[in-house]
Design a protein around this ligand. Structure first.
Ligand SMILES: [Zn+2]
Length: 210
């Protein structure tokens, strides 16, 4: 399990291209693969994804377009099993997805990945502060994040949105660790690890917070 934890550190799992275009950006060469991320020198898809998934982790990420889990962790196709929802919380649908990843894909690590300047958390904070009722199904989003805001109000350090974002990550990581009947059992058996982490939009770095 220790090795999986280390994988959270940015860049340690960078893959070299096997088509001869490794680090094209650094070498000033044109990417042979044509993949956007390969052109950026981040990774190259070698086609191994066609052989099936062998994901090293499941990510519960925000739907925010600025936060791509594959880019945040320098991973390629087939490496991450990603569940994304605005506010990176786990509802029943998300839990079912994660249970599939754990039970049928053998994912050994689940990372709840929050991020700085999360619009979903900020909108929830604003709605609660102003006692506003958002249109459509958005109250469901507020309901899912509300407890994290309440925790941040009591135990935070002054920036309610930032504190709530971190509380939301820890809350959902905790929920997963004890979720019944499947993932909590895998965690207790040492087959799955659950971590909480924060992605910094400015630096591109990931910090483990739980
Ligand atoms: Zn967000």
């Amino acid at each position: 399990m220790t090795g999986v934890r280390i994988n959270l550190q940015r860049g340690l799992l960078r893959r070299d291209c096997t088509r001869g275009c490794a680090s094209p950006a650094a070498a000033g060469q044109q990417s042979l693969c044509g993949q956007y991320a390969c052109k950026q020198g981040l990774f190259c898809w070698t086609g191994s994804a066609l052989d099936g998934t062998n994901s090293i982790a499941a990510i519960v990420g925000c739907a925010d377009s600025r936060v791509s889990p594959e880019l945040a962790f320098d991973q390629g196709p087939g490496d991450l099993f990603v569940v994304r929802v605005a506010g990176n919380f786990v509802n029943d649908d998300g839990l079912a997805n994660l249970e599939y990843g754990v039970k049928f894909l053998g994912v050994p690590l689940i990372v709840v990945l929050g991020h700085m300047h999360c619009g979903a958390v900020a909108a929830t904070v604003k709605a609660i502060r102003e006692h506003a009722v958002l249109p459509g199904h958005l109250p469901e989003l507020v309901r899912a994040i509300r407890l994290a805001v309440e925790i941040a109000r009591t135990h935070g350090h002054g920036d309610l949105a930032a504190d709530a974002m971190i509380a939301n990550v820890r809350l959902n990581a905790s929920r997963l660790r004890i979720s019944k009947p499947l993932i909590g059992e895998y965690v207790r058996a040492g087959k799955v690890q659950v971590a909480g982490a924060i992605y910094d939009l400015a630096s591109g770095k990931v910090r483990v917070v739980d």
